[in-house]
Design a protein around this ligand. Sequence first.
Ligand code: PEP
Length: 252
Amino acid sequence: MAVRPYIVGNWKMHGTRAMLAEARAIDRAAERLIKVEVALAPPFTLIHATRNEASLIGVGAQDCHTAEGGAHTGDISAAMLKDAGAGFTIVGHSERRADHDEKDADVKAKAEAALAAGLNVIVCVGETEAERDAGKAEKVVAKQLAGSLPTGEGVAGSLTVAYEPVWAIGTGRTPTLDDIAAMHHSIRVMLNQLFGEAGADIRILYGGSVKPGNASEILAVEDVGGALVGGASLTAESFLAIVVAAAEKADT
Ligand code: PEP
């Protein structure tokens, strides 16, 4: 791997202040796992506290609004996230695409708003089970990338792509390693086309039922630059086992 593996925990709508103990434990362990870039995306309500409790790991958000501010009750802008201590945000998670009907153009606008506010961005893409069964997975993901990725000078350095098959999220099911390799290769080809040389260093995370038991084999797949982890990021014990697997991979 040209760049450090990146392991990001997505806490989704889980966590009250009691969960800060997990963040502290993850942060303490990160000190001896420096070959891995570790980050957490807690709910909005915990971003500031997590940033205060954890000095080594990255802290980010799970979504942002496209506007800088205004009459958008219940929403939150990228500048507010930055002010709260976030260094990045996830955009385009399949749960947002499904629950809030977010389209590729919305995801792109969110990514651009985040970049404009000085945040790094993790853009999520991934096919449904029906799309995979129909042999359309790579085509669907290519279309999502084309529509969702921000473009322009200097963007690549702030960008991470997460490939998350919708049917693998929270289900305990994962694609075969060959399917992960094929998809990550096709994403890499597209990033190279879109961003030229800079595309080679954009990390492509795999997400979808990554656990301590399968992390090593998934992280060993060519072009897998890390993992976006949901359920297994909710305790320091299981999340750190995945971080350790990434550190072992970085050593090879
Ligand atoms: C996710 O929601 O980003 C995710 C990958 O979830 P899980 O690890 O629980 O499948």
